[in-house]
Design a protein around this ligand. Structure first.
Ligand SMILES: Cc1cc2nc3c(=O)[nH]c(=O)nc-3n(C[C@H](O)[C@H](O)[C@H](O)COP(=O)(O)OP(=O)(O)OC[C@H]3O[C@@H](n4cnc5c(N)ncnc54)[C@H](O)[C@@H]3O)c2cc1C
Length: 576
């Protein structure tokens, strides 16, 4: 493999000036190390190594003068004797994004003790809160890849999930539109891939036919790929619904709890050390998003490197909800499906994302260049909306590995370690199928390894339906009167843009997975998600949080440690 890769490097005009170190590790893993000039070169080397069919994974430790400072490993201090035992559990899931939450809920169908740890202060604080929310149909993934298989399977399971877990899901269908012959060729390629992947109802339409479904499509659109099975959700809502239902079924979720080291003596998972103490466990499921390579390293079997790929999205005012019914995408750039103009389930148009390789996993900045790229691209495709309708923008970071496919497998080296890693797009769409696959892997591993030493049975009291209250503003007058008679706080509207009442905010604070930050309240109730972006309700939410949690408002944060909102007190917050 090394000789083959060296040949590829020699032939590569951009990379052949470097003399980097290449090692072949067990299991067909290639490790790259050395210094290069730019982050782009780091990523290109990784992809070049991964382009060899025999290579299973690429560990890329190339660095630039910039990146070495940013990605230095944390020094961890563990006191094996003193670290307090938090709990003993059968299965420890690391990460409470969509992947970890879906796995927790699926595993909760079995008689297992399950614990999820999440380093952030809420569910979905990683990439899961910052994506398009598209339940992709599955035309874009390479046939034969895990992405292709699990995307199509996962998509099909969303109706059941939405019914049981009570989150909004609109199966609107999606387009990839084409303006010229080049685009038409891409569309044909997608069509063939989609057919191979088993995407239901996929077809190529003329521009006119497409405009019959989506009337605001530009007259310049000449052809379009149509996949009626695509849909969209609010991704954080799905993750919270899964996590809450997991809790309803006995799963323990520990927030603000970061995995920092793993005892894998005798090549098996024994103890997970966290910043809160130690957890003894038989299985460790790595669902750590962009940090999955670091968790794999801690657990003793890293066969891949995650290279963060940032994507920026723009959200527009709900007033423009009627501009589009379905999702409209463009033909691709090198590593994305090209972005889409779509709507959130609440009706906000959502455009993007871009795709920018970044060295730093925490780089969720929004650049003017990204915003311009999105606006310029989509205003040529969809009419009736422009810059001034924008209400906010944000970025998320994709957990890409160099093979550009999910890593879902049991470790052959460390017993009890199971990877749900490199879950980049379409991770959200695939999550129901990823969770099922992980559960099957765990059941098979237990049959083989007997780490728990007992037969894992399905529970007969699994509660599939999540218990959740309807938003007050969606209640009938009769329902509203009933709620008001129970609690006057339903009569006090805190977020005027989204019509969220004080009672709903209080209920979120004391919910199944308590919302203890301003962003957690936002994700559960939508307070702060409207046109004014919390200009009105922000301080009121801080005040309610402080009152309900019995702490000073200076201690209330936007999203956990270090994000305090009130610096110091000048006078009381006087409004009610
Ligand atoms: C811009 C953008 C648009 C996208 N659009 C779509 C789309 O439309 N459809 C789609 O299907 N997919 C989409 N994706 C991909 C999708 O967002 C991801 O596949 C998905 O959110 C991954 O979820 P996850 O749970 O694996 O990772 P995350 O949501 O990142 O969760 C991992 C969690 O692990 C926690 N963690 C990490 N390390 C530790 C540790 N040491 N201890 C404890 N906890 C830890 C993190 O804090 C984090 O909360 C998009 C991605 C981006 C960036």
């Amino acid at each position: 493999m090394i000789a083959h890769l060296k040949k590829l490097i020699k032939e590569n005009e951009k990379l052949n000036r470097y003399d980097i170190n290449i090692e072949e590790l067990e299991n067909n893993v290639i490790k790259l190390s050395g210094k290069v000039d730019s982050w782009g070169d780091v990523v290109d080397f990784g992809h070049l190594a991964a382009s060899l069919d025999q290579v299973k994974g690429v560990i890329n430790e190339l660095y630039t003068a910039e990146s070495i400072k940013k990605n230095m490993k944390k020094k961890v201090k563990i006191n094996l004797e003193k670290d307090k035992l938090i709990k003993k559990t059968d299965v420890l899931i690391v990460g409470a994004g969509i992947t970890g939450s879906a796995i927790a809920r699926e595993l909760a169908k079995y008689d297992l003790d399950i614990t999820v740890i999440e380093k952030n202060s809420d569910i979905a604080e990683g990439t899961t809160k910052a994506n398009n929310g598209m339940v992709h149909s599955g035309y874009a993934a390479t046939p034969g890849s895990l992405k292709a298989e699990l995307n199509v399977k996962g998509n099909a399971k969303y109706d059941k999930w939405s019914k049981e877990l009570k989150f909004d899901f609109d199966r609107t269908g999606s387009f990839v539109v084409g303006f010229d012959e080049d685009d038409r060729a891409h569309i044909q390629e997608y069509y063939e891939k989609g057919k191979k992947n088993g995407v239901p109802g996929i077809e190529i339409l003329t521009g006119d036919k497409a405009r019959e479904i989506e009337e605001n499509l530009s007259e310049d659109v000449k052809s379009a790929l149509w996949t009626p099975s695509a849909g969209y959700v609010a991704p954080y809502e799905v993750a919270i619904a899964l996590a809450e239902n997991a809790v309803e079924n006995g799963v323990d979720i520990l927030l603000d709890t970061e995995l920092i080291a793993v005892d894998n003596a005798a090549d098996k998972i024994n103890i997970a050390y966290t910043n809160q103490g130690r957890i003894e466990c038989s299985y460790l499921i790595n669902a750590a998003g962009v940090y999955a390579d670091q968790v794999a390293e801690m657990a003793g079997d890293r066969q891949f490197t995650i290279h963060p790929r940032r994507g920026t999205l723009i959200i527009f005012d709900k007033e423009k909800a009627k501009v589009l019914k379905s999702a409209v995408g463009t033909t691709p750039s090198k590593h994305t499906k090209g972005g889409v103009a779509q709507r959130t389930p609440e009706g906000n148009p959502l455009w993007g994302p871009t795709a920018v390789e970044v060295a730093d996993k925490t780089n969720t900045a929004v650049s003017q260049e990204d915003l311009d790229t999105i606006i310029n691209k989509f205003t040529t495709i969809v009419g009736g909306i422009d810059k001034k309708d924008m209400i906010t923008s944000f970025s998320g970071v994709r957990a890409a590995n160099y093979k550009e496919d999910f890593v879902i497998e049991a470790s052959e080296k460390i017993k009890g370690l199971i990877q749900a890693a490199a879950i980049q797009s379409p991770g959200l769409a695939s999550s129901p199928a990823i969770a099922e696959k992980i559960v099957n892997i765990l059941l098979n591993e237990e049959k083989k390894l007997k780490l728990l030493g007992r037969k894992i049975k399905k529970k007969n009291n699994f509660q599939a339906e999540r218990v959740v209250n309807k938003p007050f503003h969606q209640c009938s007058n009769h329902e509203k009167e009933k709620l008001l008679a129970e609690d006057q706080a339903y009569g006090h509207v805190i977020c005027r843009c989204e019509n969220v009442t004080e009672a709903e905010i209080v209920s979120a604070i004391h919910g199944k997975i308590p919302a203890r930050t301003v962003d957690a309240i936002k994700r559960r109730t939508r307070a702060g998600m409207g046109r004014c972006q919390a200009g009105f309700c922000g301080p009121r939410v801080v005040k309610i949080l402080a009152r309900e949690l019995g702490i000073d408002s200076e201690k209330i944060t936007k999203k956990g440690e270090g994000s305090n909102i009130v610096n110091y007190r000048i006078k009381e917050l006087l409004f009610d």
